[in-house]
Design a protein around this ligand. Structure first.
Ligand code: IMP
Length: 211
């Protein structure tokens, strides 16, 4: 079974490919980035918009991931703006010095300075599209809190400042297997595989299988 990934984000490609391989799914990376205007107001809407854009271009079963970090004490920001949080006027812009991930982290830590409520959660919504009007969604959430300073070199994005619930380590200090077992993306992929397994006799499953 082959699935096109509707992303060029290396962190996501590495994690999704790693988790889908044992399930017998080969991930195809798009040759080019398709500009998708993420005009949705939710992770779900944006996952749909990405899946649709890539499906229209390549015409094969497509898996899109829209995800981000939600911090309730910051009105839910960075949320759907996670990848470009540094550039938002909300909370003040942050200069990109070493990279966008570092600028995002710097801004978040600045906004949380002196704030006792550091609770946060990662959320991922996956959209698997096999036809323009034939698609399913799953989601995964990983609760935790924001560390005082970045630690670790694994993963990507906000991982160095996110401590999953019950852990003293940050997500970037976990092994890839540990991250997959508790992450928002890991949970969403597990649900997707369970859903496909349950629907083994459906047209949807047959169509995904036939690629
Ligand atoms: P998207 O490409 O619009 O879905 O933006 C996703 C952004 O959310 C990424 O660029 C990261 O900043 C953040 N993000 C999503 N998933 C993770 C994760 O697993 N670890 C760390 N950051 C993540």
């Amino acid at each position: 079974m082959k699935l096109l990934l509707a992303t060029r984000n290396v962190g996501k490609i590495v994690e999704i490919s790693r988790m889908l391989k044992p399930l017998g799914v080969d991930v195809i990376q798009p040759e080019e980035e398709i500009p998708v205007e993420e005009r949705g107001k939710s992770f779900m809407e944006n996952a749909y918009l990405k899946a649709l854009a890539y499906f229209k271009r390549y015409g094969i079963p497509t898996l899109a991931d829209d995800s981000g970090l939600v911090v309730p004490s910051l009105e839910g920001y960075p949320g759907i703006y996670s990848s470009r949080f540094y550039s938002l006027d909300w909370g003040g812009r942050e200069e990109v010095e070493t990279g966008k991930d570092q600028a995002n982290i710097k801004k978040l830590l600045r906004l949380l300075e002196g704030n006792q409520d550091r609770r946060a959660y990662f959320k991922a919504v996956l959209c698997l599209m096999i036809e323009e009007e034939f698609y399913i969604f799953t989601e995964g959430i990983c609760h935790g809190e924001i560390a005082e300073s970045p630690r670790g070199s694994g993963g990507f994005g906000y991982d160095p400042i996110f401590k999953p619930l019950g852990y003293e380590k940050t997500m970037a200090e976990l092994s890839p297997e540990e991250k997959d077992s508790l992450s928002h993306r890991g949970k969403a992929i597990k649900k997707l595989s369970q859903l496909l397994e349950t629907c083994k006799h459906s047209i949807f499953y047959q169509k995904v299988r036939s690629t």
